[in-house]
Design a protein around this ligand. Structure first.
Ligand code: NAD
Length: 502
């Protein structure tokens, strides 16, 4: 993706209907760079509108607005006033549910059935959940003995950290962005959001919601742009940003961490994965097939928690492969509004090129293509979209690129194993450590195996079953820190310990 002068981009957009403007200090603006790019819908490559690229001036204006808001009305609000306002944000998202749904499906092409049940409700819930947490969390208190016998009391005060930079990806745009903005604001911080260049619409729409419910200007800001040498990099480099929360690729996390080192700013990173599923011979086969179909193919495989490596105990290997293939071949690709559709396109032509390059590489590396491996036949109106076939491979060596590298598409490799020990070693044999799914009806084995998984999240006989109070995040190259429930407070607040001698 490259931005170009807005004038020439505009010529390409003859019927631009949904331009994405920055939202800075409570006002929408195209900014001053004169650069923009055309936002394409991945369903059919049709034009959605222009996205204006923010530069250093827009980032500076947004960060300064966020800093000023901290010292203004927002900073003076009681927790009750602040959380009531965030509850109103959630209610307003729900009131405009269909607008958010339409915008999200336009940007991503994902099925409305999915966005209706996950993306948009979670986008609203992220504001309500953390208001409950912040209102009920208690503080540490220690009565401390002193030599004179009078003692002292120690207690910790939680304060907002300041201006938080939120940098988000395109796969679950509203959900993942509000997963950061919700707790950041509940804790009294202000934010500058840099949404993914692929999915600018719902973050922009949220600006309207903030104004409608009366969130003070400068509390929530959005600057559109790309990553390197653009709004993303400028935001993380800005000296008045106090902390950076980022969701995206591990490689990008490395670049941002270098930028965060200047001024020693805190980071929270939710990064990539190459997640395993372990299917034992004692698993309930129906549940394991249904769950693995979801974990491999949901959101067209573009879920950080998704499964790309499936390990199946040898006695049930052939049956499992046969049934997963049948399930994959029964998936329906098509338009978001069609209720029978399970799979949309990939996010962009560029991402499709990447996924298809892995499809070719799998064959070169010796895979047996169980199903898929190419581009589906779509109807004429969708033939220019970023479609790929749901794909399953077997027979790849353990060091094959398709087994070791995150693809982020609707595909998986299935490999047999013979012992529990071997399965654990295979599952952990990756630099990543985000999530896994274990399928077994043996309760002792479930606990035993879960305890040995080098991951942040281990599901047993389920996948993507989320309780927002639980710690969420990855180990190894999949992230730094945990968010969710009280764990978010560790990142979004600064603590001052008060020691009072009695
Ligand atoms: P990405 O890393 O390419 O981009 C994410 C964001 O970072 C975008 O807004 C981008 O503009 C910005 N960015 C890029 N370079 C930057 C830089 N140098 N400085 C500042 N910002 C920069 O990721 P993506 O392709 O949008 O998303 C897919 C990736 O996200 C996958 O690897 C997936 O596993 C990961 N992901 C992880 C989680 C999780 O919870 N662990 C959740 C969703 C997605």
């Amino acid at each position: 993706m490259t931005a170009q002068p807005a004038q020439s981009a505009r010529q390409a957009v003859q019927t631009a209907s949904r331009d994405a403007l920055h939202f800075i200090n409570g006002a929408f603006t195209a900014g001053t760079t004169g650069q923009s790019w055309v936002n394409h819908c991945p369903l059919d490559n049709s034009v959605i509108g222009l996205v204006h690229e923010g530069g250093k001036a827009e980032i500076d204006a947004a960060v300064r607005a966020a800093r000023t808001a901290l010292d203004g009305e927002w900073g003076r609000m009681t927790v009750d006033q602040r959380t009531t306002m965030l509850g109103a944000v959630a209610d307003e998202i729900n009131r405009r549910f269909d607008e958010f749904l339409e915008a999200e499906c336009l940007d991503t092409g994902k099925p409305m059935s999915l966005a209706r049940h996950i993306d948009i409700p979670r986008g609203a819930a992220n504001f309500k959940m953390f208001t409950d947490v912040i209102k009920t969390v208690s503080t540490e208190f220690f009565p401390t003995p002193t030599p004179d016998g009078a003692g002292a009391i120690n207690y910790a005060l939680r304060k907002p950290k300041g201006v938080i930079a939120v940098i988000s990806p395109w796969n679950l745009p509203l959900l993942l962005m509000t997963w950061k903005v919700g707790p950041a604001l509940a804790c009294g911080n202000t934010v500058v959001v840099k949404p993914s260049e692929e999915t600018p619409l719902t973050a922009t729409l949220l600006g309207e919601v903030m104004n409608k419910v009366g969130v003070p200007k400068g509390v929530y800001n959005v600057v559109h742009g790309l990553g390197p040498n653009s709004a993303g990099e400028f935001l993380t480099q800005h000296p008045m940003v106090d902390a950076i929360t980022f969701t995206g690729e591990t490689r990008t996390g490395e670049a941002i961490m270098k930028q965060a080192a200047v001024g020693v700013r805190d980071v929270s990173f939710e990064l990539g994965g190459k997640n395993p599923a372990l299917v034992f011979a004692d698993a309930d086969m129906d549940k394991a097939i249904e769950g693995t179909l979801r974990s491999v193919f949901a959101n067209c495989g573009q879920v950080c928690l998704g499964t790309e490596r499936v390990f199946v105990e040898r006695p049930i290997f052939d049956e499992f492969v046969r049934r997963l293939k049948a399930g994959a071949e029964a998936l329906t690709l098509g338009r978001p509004e069609d209720a029978t559709v399970n799979l949309g396109p990939l996010i962009s032509q560029e991402h499709r090129d990447k996924v298809l390059s892995y499809y070719r590489k799998a064959v070169e590396e010796g895979a047996t293509v169980v199903t898929g491996g190419g581009v589906p036949d779509m109807s004429d109106d969708l033939k220019d979209g970023a479609w790929v076939q749901p794909t399953i491979w077997t027979g790849l060596p353990d060091d094959a690129a398709c087994v070791t590298e995150e693809i982020f598409g609707p595909c998986c490799h299935i490999r047999p194993f013979d012992t529990e020990e071997e399965a654990i070693a295979l599952a952990n044999g990756t630099p990543y450590g985000l999530a896994c799914a274990v399928w077994t009806e043996n309760v002792s084995r479930a606990h035993r195996v879960a305890a040995r998984m080098d991951v942040g999240l281990c599901w047993v006989n389920s996948w993507f079953l989320r309780d927002l109070r639980t710690p969420f995040g990855g180990s190894k190259a999949s992230g730094i820190g945990r968010e969710g429930g009280v764990h978010s407070l560790e990142f979004y607040t600064e603590m001052t310990n008060v020691c009072l001698k009695l």
